[in-house]
Design a protein around this ligand. Structure first.
Ligand code: MG
Length: 461
């Protein structure tokens, strides 16, 4: 009898739990993307001179990933991959010579590509892009063409559109001329300020984000907040300039940290925190040739522009209190995973006939399950340079980020154990031929199935 009663109670609790799940509103999704922030630039990743209390708290309340990769070593392809869930080669959003889009580039994210915004909007989500776009300025590629109902920010990097006669070295100067760049600030496709006052961008992006959250308390939303900083030239507002112990670079990161604090606070205030997945990460590693303006990859080798880990392994935090348990995850996770993860959490079907390169992280995030082992491929432009499986990473070609080390093919490939050797300094290929063979087979399979898209990054000239 007792057993029956127990079973009945258990049945009722399952029914109630299921009812609660089905009645739960669709979760909101916020992706916050810093620009050129390195693996070692946050307190929770070991930074000592930059104070990031809000991001450290977000890490303590959520998942902090130690082995998270973006899909490219530079800006445009990394963003294309984040929003589409596909290696940039598939959309044509990568290049050998022109490695990112420039104001005179003729291409952009092809209209046929499906972004997270497009996929979620079809399911009743409000969608907004704030910050840097850098996925094209022509019809078909702009934010409003790619699933965003609203957009506020810069069409490309803040160092493009430099005014003629800008003194050499201004980009890396601690006090760049505020009017040195002519980059426009746009709202919903229209220029509202030119040149954009870069000293107030982080503040204004944050205000827009907080307003968007407040305006959509009762409708599910997707917010893509792609910060302009800490990409050079660096500008912080008066409240943050000169306040960090890491120069203007640290000032801009501390202002980003403040911004994240404001956004999480807005979610708490609206009681949306348990129903909003917030992800914070960076588009690529630190721009090391900028010296003190360029951030730090911590213990990792090289930085932006390179397929060494410092170029593509970046901080990543995922936060959803009450749903995601606080933890540090060393699982291999990557930017293209957020597309299927966001769709899964929203209950949206994956698009038919689209080759996706990410996996749904929900079982890992919500149930702490281990992810399946899978290869990760490191591209520089359209060429595959390296591959990681488990702790092992093989390099077939290496090249420094920006001229620091010439392009060099490796036969046999270099092999590193990233667990023992995160700085990729001791080649152990000779001792582990079986590992190399496994990685080479994975590369062969991947390449045999890869269908490259039409190249988008060529300039008009
Ligand atoms: Mg970048």
């Amino acid at each position: 009898m007792k057993r029956k009663k127990f079973l009945l109670l258990r049945f009722l609790s399952v029914v109630l739990a299921c009812g609660a799940v089905s009645a739960a509103p669709k979760p909101n999704v916020i992706l916050i993307f810093a620009d050129d922030l390195g693996y070692g630039d946050l307190g929770c990743y070991g930074a000592e001179k930059i104070r990031t209390p809000h991001l450290d708290r977000m890490a303590a309340e959520g998942v902090r990933f130690t082995d998270f990769y973006v899909a490219a070593e530079v800006c445009t392809p990394s963003r294309a991959a984040l929003l589409t869930g596909r290696y940039p080669l598939r959309s044509g959003m990568c290049g050998n010579v022109e490695r990112v889009l420039f104001p005179n580039s003729k291409g952009g994210l092809p209209p046929g590509e499906i972004t997270i915004a497009e996929a979620l909007r079809g399911s009743g989500y409000a969608t907004m892009h704030i910050g840097k776009w850098h996925l094209g300025i022509h019809e078909g590629s702009r934010p409003l063409d790619q699933g965003f109902e609203h957009s506020f920010g810069l069409p490309y990097s803040n160092d493009m559109d430099a005014k003629p006669g800008l003194p050499k070295g201004s980009t890396s100067s601690a006090t760049p001329p505020a009017d040195g760049w002519n980059v426009p600030l746009m709202r919903d496709g229209k220029i509202i300020e030119q040149p954009a006052d870069q000293t107030t961008l982080t503040k204004r992006y944050t205000e827009e984000a907080v307003k968007f959250i407040g305006d959509h308390k009762t409708q599910p939303f997707f917010l893509y907040l792609a910060h302009t900083f800490p990409h050079v030239p660096l500008f912080a507002s008066a409240d943050f300039k000169g306040k960090s112990k890491a120069g203007i670079y640290g000032d801009t990161v501390e202002e980003l940290d403040w911004s994240v604090g404001q956004i999480l606070e807005a979610l708490r205030k609206e009681n949306l925190q348990e129903n909003t997945l917030v992800v914070f990460t960076s588009d690529n590693g630190p721009w090391l040739i900028m010296g003190e303006q360029g951030g730090s990859a911590g213990p990792l080798r090289d930085g932006k522009g390179s397929t060494w880990d410092g170029g593509m392994r970046v901080p990543c935090l995922a936060w959803m209190p009450g749903r995601i348990k606080p933890s540090v995850s060393s699982q291999l996770v990557q930017a293209m995973d957020w597309f299927p993860t966001a769709l899964s959490m929203a209950g949206v079907k994956l698009p038919d006939g689209v080759a996706l390169d990410g996996i749904n992280l929900s079982p890992h995030l919500l149930e702490s399950l281990t992810l399946p082992e899978r290869p990760y491929f490191f591209y520089r432009g359209p060429q595959l340079f390296a591959c990681r499986i488990g702790p092992w990473k093989a390099h077939f070609v290496t090249q420094g980020g920006y001229g620091s080390q010439p392009k060099k093919p490796h036969e046999p490939p270099l092999l590193y154990h990233l667990g023992d050797d995160p700085a990729e300094s001791k080649d152990v290929a000779a001792q582990h031929p079986e590992v190399l063979k496994k990685i080479q087979q994975a590369v062969q399979t991947h390449q045999s199935q890869m269908v490259p898209g039409v190249k988008q990054l060529k300039s008009n000239e």
